[in-house]
Design a protein around this ligand. Structure first.
Ligand SMILES: [Zn+2]
Length: 464
């Protein structure tokens, strides 16, 4: 027999879709200055939605677009979950490529799969609603058994410039036991996935200045320092022949991934040869004897993002350029210290440049890698409930990129974030025809509800 909360959730699905369609029709494009009022409208929508299920919400602004902070009823002695998501979406300017208009959401069949169409369907409005609908069903049936707070921001798609300030300023009221986030994808279509580690980041712009102006290579070639040559030579020394990174102390703080986790990763078909073949390649770069999945989830890397110098126009200009610039980035893991690596990198470049040339550095930000404790009670419970709903073992995955909010939750609140997303790889996030599968929406909401329900059984560490 189904519990009253499951019955409630299922009987709400039709109205939940109407709510989602209403939310998706708001053009909350954070990068578009003309959509400011739409972004406020989306924030207000979240505000009202949460208040309609017994939460108290407030709108906070820390310089940019508003964020919503909201708290449910206090349940003494019960665990406290902070849910983070975002109401802003990517632009949808390539209108010709959209089968249906991006901001006219609809439930339709595509390739015989029932989908919810619309910009933001998967990233992140639909996923955000999986959690809110779980709360709604509990609120309207058995009651919400634990303490739940929300932090929903509107600047995620532009790099979350205000989120650190918001989390810092409101850290007392955002305190919880764990953060839940639904803004990621499943590694395979039906394999529930919890993100457990995110790589860190370090960005740098380097400009080498050589001669005072560009020179005729017939008159100066072979005698004057060429900044483009200096730059590529300095950078290429960082790449060892075996694919490792040759910078002092670079691997300090890098751990081996536990075999138990690696074993699960290696079973994922999506990261076999096909992963590179799908982008027109067939041989892997980087560290020898490492699997692709390790390279992108649990190993650090150094990449040249762009490099430019000299004449870029049509035809040919035989010169020695006066400057050369590169934009580079590191992806970091575990305990690697971005500040130390930046210092070592700058020292290496400086020492590679002759004394009569100059080098200028501009930081493009940095963030430490984040690793969650997958053994903690919430992660173990989630894994159990996900198997119940999806019928398959959940994978504790890594993530190659960084999420600013996750780092700030760790830094200011000391909290791990459980990244539990239900999006599929073909959801066209950030591109035309974004969708969220109806199955993912409903199973996602059910997964959250079962997790929240079980958390009501107060684990020993919460006893007062
Ligand atoms: Zn997102």
């Amino acid at each position: 027999m189904k519990t009253s909360s499951i019955n409630k959730l299922e009987s709400n699905f039709d109205s939940a879709i109407l709510r989602l369609k209403e939310f998706l029709s708001i053009e909350s494009i954070s990068t578009d200055i003309n959509k400011l009022s739409d972004c406020h409208a989306a924030a207000d929508w979240v505000f009202n939605e949460l208040n309609s299920i017994g939460f108290r919400s407030k709108k906070v602004v820390e310089g940019g677009l508003p964020a919503i902070i909201s708290h449910g009823p206090v349940v003494k002695g019960a665990p406290h979950v902070l849910f983070y998501g975002h109401y802003d979406v990517q632009p949808a300017n390539d209108l010709d490529a959209w089968i249906l208009p991006p901001f006219q959401p609809d439930v339709v069949y595509r390739n015989e799969v029932k989908i919810i169409h619309g910009r933001g369907a998967a990233d992140d409005k639909g996923q955000l609603l999986t959690f809110i609908e779980a709360c709604r069903a509990l609120y309207e049936s058995t009651g919400i058994p634990i303490n739940i707070s929300f932090l929903i921001e509107g600047e995620e798609e532009i790099g979350s410039p205000s989120i650190e300030n918001v989390i810092n300023k409101y850290q007392n009221e955002l305190k919880a036991d764990v953060v839940f986030i639904s803004d990621t994808s499943m590694v395979e279509d039906n394999t529930p996935t919890i993100g457990c580690q995110l790589r860190g980041f370090l960005g740098e712009i380097i400009t080498i200045k050589g001669p005072s102006h560009e020179l005729h290579s017939g008159n100066y070639g072979g005698a004057a320092h060429n900044p483009a040559a200096l730059l590529v030579r300095a950078i290429s020394k960082i790449y060892e022949d075996d694919g490792s990174i040759n910078l002092k102390d670079f691997y300090k703080g890098v751990d081996e991934i536990p075999f138990e986790i690696l074993k699960d990763w290696l079973k994922l078909d999506a990261f076999g040869n096909f992963y590179l073949e799908s982008v027109g390649l067939s041989t892997a770069s980087g560290e020898k004897d490492r699997h692709i999945i390790e390279k992108i989830w649990s190993r650090p890397c150094f990449e040249i993002n762009s490099i430019f110098s000299g004449y870029q126009g049509a035809g040919f200009k035989t010169i020695i350029p006066s400057t050369a610039t590169a934009k580079i980035s590191f992806r970091l893991v575990d305990d690697q210290d971005p500040d130390h690596i930046r210092a070592v990198f700058r020292k290496h470049i400086r020492e590679s440049i002759p004394g009569d040339c100059n080098v200028f550095f501009e930081s493009y930000g940095s963030v430490k890698a984040v690793k969650m404790n997958c053994q903690s009670s919430e992660f173990v419970l989630a894994q159990e409930k996900l198997r119940e709903v999806w019928g398959r073992k959940c994978v504790f995955a890594g993530m190659g990129g960084s999420i600013p909010a996750v780092s700030s939750f760790k830094k200011y609140l000391g909290l791990d974030s459980m990244l539990l997303g239900f999006s599929r790889s073909n959801d066209n996030i950030h591109s035309a025809n974004e969708k969220f599968d109806y199955e993912c929406f409903t199973k996602g909401a059910l997964s959250w509800m079962l997790i929240l329900q079980e958390m009501k059984v107060t684990p020993p560490e919460y006893e007062i």
